[in-house]
Design a binder for this molecule. Structure first.
Ligand SMILES: C[S@@+](CC[C@H](N)C(=O)[O-])C[C@H]1O[C@@H](n2cnc3c(N)ncnc32)[C@H](O)[C@@H]1O
Length: 180
């Protein structure tokens, strides 16, 4: 019985790892100092809407809602991390302004976001660019840790705790025109 259970759990874990390796962006959580730096550089204000695409365990969503008073949404494809994030939000009593959706970030409507957080990969940023450019309103900010957006001129480049860049882009007609 114990053997069967062990083999089953081992099999599920191996499948889960293999499936994660097929994603454009693997899970790597942002450290808390860098996370707060990204949130501060985003200029997020109380009541504004933030989306973290590929939100992992939901740390940005929790911090944005709790410490910055934002309405925060996370999108995550991995069901285990979604469960974890949902539990964290519930335990932190933030369900009125924080949520995590299980889904594919490439299909998500971001049109009402004031801030979009990205810590993904060069490929993911490239695949998301068209959607961000088309859907986000003027004045919305895209903040990407480590990976720049192709052809977009950042308004600001900050530094993470590990020395890697934090790119801040403010959506505008000019940004759209230069990147088409
Ligand atoms: C580098 S982690 C960043 C996690 C979190 N944003 C943070 O900074 O701590 C990237 C996350 O994106 C998720 N991810 C990858 N591809 C995705 C997709 N197509 N849709 C939604 N989430 C995705 C991964 O599962 C992983 O949790």
């Amino acid at each position: 019985m114990a053997w069967t259970l062990g083999i089953l759990l081992g099999g599920i874990t191996l499948l889960w790892i293999a499936w994660n390796l097929t994603l454009d962006a693997l899970w790597q959580p942002t450290d808390p100092v860098t996370m707060r730096r990204l949130l501060t550089l985003s200029g997020i204000k109380p009541g504004e809407r933030l989306i973290d695409l590929g939100c992992g365990d939901g740390r940005f969503v929790v911090a944005a809602a709790k410490e910055f008073g934002a309405h925060a949404t996370g999108v995550e494809i991995d069901p285990f991390r979604v469960l974890y994030a949902k539990a964290w939000i519930w335990l932190a009593r933030l369900s009125d302004r924080a949520k995590v959706i299980r889904g594919n970030m490439y299909d998500v409507d971001v049109s009402d976001a004031d801030v979009v957080i990205l810590f993904l990969s060069a490929t993911s940023n490239f695949r998301l660019q068209k959607r961000l450019r088309e859907q986000l309103a003027d004045g919305a900010r895209v903040v990407s840790y480590y990976h720049p957006m192709w052809g977009w001129q950042p308004d600001l480049v900050g530094e993470a705790r590990d020395g890697y860049p934090i790119y801040v882009y403010r959506m505008s007609e000019h940004l759209g025109k230069t990147s088409r």
